[in-house]
Design a protein around this ligand. Structure first.
Ligand code: GLC
Length: 466
């Protein structure tokens, strides 16, 4: 008896003694997710976004905001970088061009990091690059126009935390002062232990005002990327009212999950998830080890590693938000630019395996990544290494009608060995592929099936009749 298919698994129907509760759970979760997230459609289809950490921290090439918060440098020295922030070669059109070439469908720029320095001409604080730096330009305006002009979805990062604002260190997380006040960082909590709720309310109003500027002065913002929610509780952030306030400017705005559980999608950071996060998700990562421009951080990932990480995300049904850290003048390090261009080149050669596809089959069937076309009749296998003679696919119930190497169009032969067809236990599909036909980065094999994908998830059986 055949069952329903979930995440590439043949789910045995109830009543069958082989029924696997884990498989049934996966089926119902993917179903639930589809219903929940109709408004996330563009986001789930986007697959790649470009994250941009641009700020005064690029002047000295130090870690964004954290360098003074963690005591690596004095606050005054950190803020001296304001004088060196020129944005002299900042060209938003060039950024947008690079982002389009990378294959990304959305961009997210730090409008204000935890240091409180706004990249736009905010009415609510003089701590902005228009008033306090030689740049004297509203960088958000130029960014928004260029990004929107290319049809790229517009994302704004906004730090809920503001370690420069006098009203910010007014309360402790959840209202609970630590026993040892020395543990409280003076940039985030009252050093004397005395909480001031009125100040905190003023700060919330300040965030609301700045966010209103961001959401109303630059055209339609598609995505808000919050950061720093961990320093206060949901109640202190005034949730869920705060979310409703944001949605009042644009009902279909997408908000990341760094909002004490009130966001729309998960944002695992730097470490790739091994288990698929529940619901829509996005993995954010740096190219070297730094979010902003840190010239002596030479710990760059290679293009091959970046492409594989991207494949890891899409084969688990997620997006990748890949970060660049422009220099203070607005130009981008060649090593970062090359990664974006290389990724874009690979994506263009493999477009149909990337866009319009969903999470693939489990690695117990195929030892690599995979995606499935929406109609579930085409399976794309990602081949990371050069095979000796075959690529091996187990548990496939379908007949394979055609196999092609996606980037070259070359057709491949295959054989199926073993299996017990009269018990619905499929054999192993061996696809003939050698190093001669692989792509220099990641190879994709396109398998056209005779119908909707069906995978066998059982543990085999004794053949009692032949
Ligand atoms: C972390 C850091 C921050 C960085 C962000 C990007 O939360 O606080 O510096 O901007 O990750 O995901």
């Amino acid at each position: 008896m055949r069952g329903r298919i979930a995440n590439g698994l043949l789910v045995q129907m109830p009543g069958n003694k082989h029924a696997d509760p884990e498989q049934s759970r996966m089926y119902s979760e993917s179903y639930k997710e589809k219903e929940l997230s109709a408004m996330q459609e563009w986001f789930k289809e986007a697959k790649l976004g470009i994250f941009i950490h641009y700020g005064i921290y690029a002047v000295d090439g130090v870690a964004e905001s954290w360098s003074f918060y963690n005591g690596k440098m004095k606050y005054e020295d950190y803020m001296k970088q304001l004088d060196g922030f020129t944005a002299s070669s900042f060209d938003a059109e060039k950024w947008a061009d690079l982002i389009a070439k990378s294959g990304a469908r959305y961009a997210v720029l730090t409008t204000k990091h935890h240091d409180g320095v706004a990249l736009w001409d905010t009415e609510y604080s003089d701590l902005n690059v228009v008033k306090k730096t030689p740049a004297k330009r509203d960088l958000i305006k130029e960014y928004a126009e260029a990004i929107t002009g290319r049809g790229i979805r517009l994302g704004m990062y906004y730090s809920l935390i503001d370690w420069s604002h006098a009203d910010y260190p007014s309360v402790f997380e959840g209202g609970n002062a630590p026993e040892d006040l020395n543990q409280a960082n003076p940039y985030s909590s009252p050093a004397d232990g005395v909480q001031d709720e009125a100040k905190w309310q003023k700060f919330l109003q300040f965030n609301n005002d700045q966010l209103r500027e961001i959401l109303t002065n630059y055209g339609k913002v598609d995505l808000l990327w919050f950061d720093g929610d961990w320093e206060r509780s949901a109640k202190q952030w005034n949730l869920p009212e705060f979310k409703q306030y944001l949605q009042s400017f644009n009902p279909d705005i997408i908000i990341n999950s760094r909002l004490q559980g009130y966001g729309d999608y998960k944002t695992p950071e730097q470490g790739i998830p091994i288990t698929r996060p529940e619901g829509p998700w996005e993995f954010c990562t740096t190219i070297n080890g730094s979010w902003g421009y840190v010239p002596d951080d030479n710990n760059y990932k290679s293009l091959n590693q970046m492409i594989r990480m991207f494949c890891d995300c899409i084969t688990l049904g997620g997006n990748m938000l890949l970060d660049i850290g422009p220099k203070e003048d607005g130009t981008i390090d060649k090593r970062q630019e090359d990664i974006l261009l290389g990724l874009g080149e690979w994506i263009r050669a493999h477009e149909e395996a990337v866009f319009g596809t969903e999470e693939g089959i489990m690695t117990r069937y195929y030892l690599g990544g995979s995606t499935i076309a929406k109609d579930r009749k085409t399976l794309y296998l990602f081949v990371y290494d050069d095979p000796k003679e075959n690529v091996c696919l187990k548990g496939l119930c379908n007949k394979v009608e055609k196999i092609t190497v996606l980037h070259s169009g070359k057709e491949l032969t295959h054989v199926v060995h073993g299996g017990v067809p009269w018990f619905n236990i499929p054999g192993t599909t061996w696809i003939h592929l050698t190093a001669d036909d692989t792509h220099k980065q990641v190879t994709v094999l396109k398998l056209e099936l005779d119908g909707e994908l069906e995978m066998y998830g059982g543990s085999g059986a004794v053949v009692t009749h032949n």
